[in-house]
Design a protein around this ligand. Structure first.
Ligand code: NI
Ligand code: MN
Length: 233
């Protein structure tokens, strides 16, 4: 089984699990680097990490067009309901639900989660996916935190993380240096950088970051351009 991950730009990803396509944190039409417009997205489920506009902006429009489930925290699910989404799936930390190709568990994140108008957006989260035979951790917007040691533990079948998607933009999330500390705890086979180069304040030298990851022997880094994919065999 193989799983293909495509960086659309910013923190938006498409993950083809072999059993369906998951869309993570849709921020497309107002994203300066997005390789796709909201009207052109095809997916089978949407997963949202938190309420900030650079993660939920296009969720309601895509969910109402495609009528696909949107997994999100309770407060975001309620908000989606008020925006005509009839397929929102409210969850909270530690909860797990089936998604096309496997399962998704909501994990903690250390961040904030308000909507663009300031309304309360519940707690921010990350996702631990078991899809297409791969274990994938999506940190969302977060600082590094000690529970990453727990998240990185092998599952009961002894399988470690295949890939971690980590923010490296700094300022609003962990930056490149702290991402190395995160990797030391998560111990994934591969790592994909996210949440950088969207705007000048979060510009990063991803090639230099990848060099540091490799030099430290932490994981195999895959630096993508928006629209590019990596397939895990
Ligand atoms: Ni955020
Ligand atoms: Mn963000």
């Amino acid at each position: 089984m193989s799983v293909t991950l495509t960086w659309i730009g910013h923190a938006t990803w498409l993950i083809d699990t072999g059993g369906g396509v998951l869309l993570i944190d849709p921020f497309l039409d107002d994203c300066p680097t997005a390789s796709l417009k909201a009207k052109d997205v095809e997916c089978d489920a949407i997963l949202v990490t938190h309420a900030h506009a650079d993660h939920v902006a296009d969720a309601a429009a895509i969910a109402t067009r495609l009528k696909v489930p949107v997994l999100a925290n309770f407060e975001i699910a309620n908000w989606l309901g008020k925006h005509d989404v009839k397929t929102a799936q409210p969850m909270n930390y530690g909860g797990r639900l089936a998604v096309p190709g496997g399962t998704a568990k909501m994990e903690i994140a250390h961040h904030s989660s308000s909507f663009a108008d300031g309304a309360y957006g519940g707690n921010p989260g990350g996702w631990l996916l078991d899809v297409g035979g791969k274990r994938i951790y999506i940190a969302g917007d977060t600082s590094v935190f000690l529970d990453m040691e727990r998240i990185g533990r092998p599952d009961r079948a002894g399988r470690r993380l295949d890939v971690a998607i980590l923010p490296i933009g700094d300022i609003f999330t962990m930056g490149p240096d702290d991402s190395l500390e995160a990797l030391a705890m998560l111990k994934p086979k591969a790592v994909l950088p996210s949440h950088y180069n969207t705007w000048p304040p979060i510009a990063q030298d991803a090639a230099a970051w990848a060099g540091s990851v490799t030099a430290a022997g932490l994981a195999t880094p895959h630096v993508l351009e928006p629209g590019e994919s990596v397939t895990l065999e």
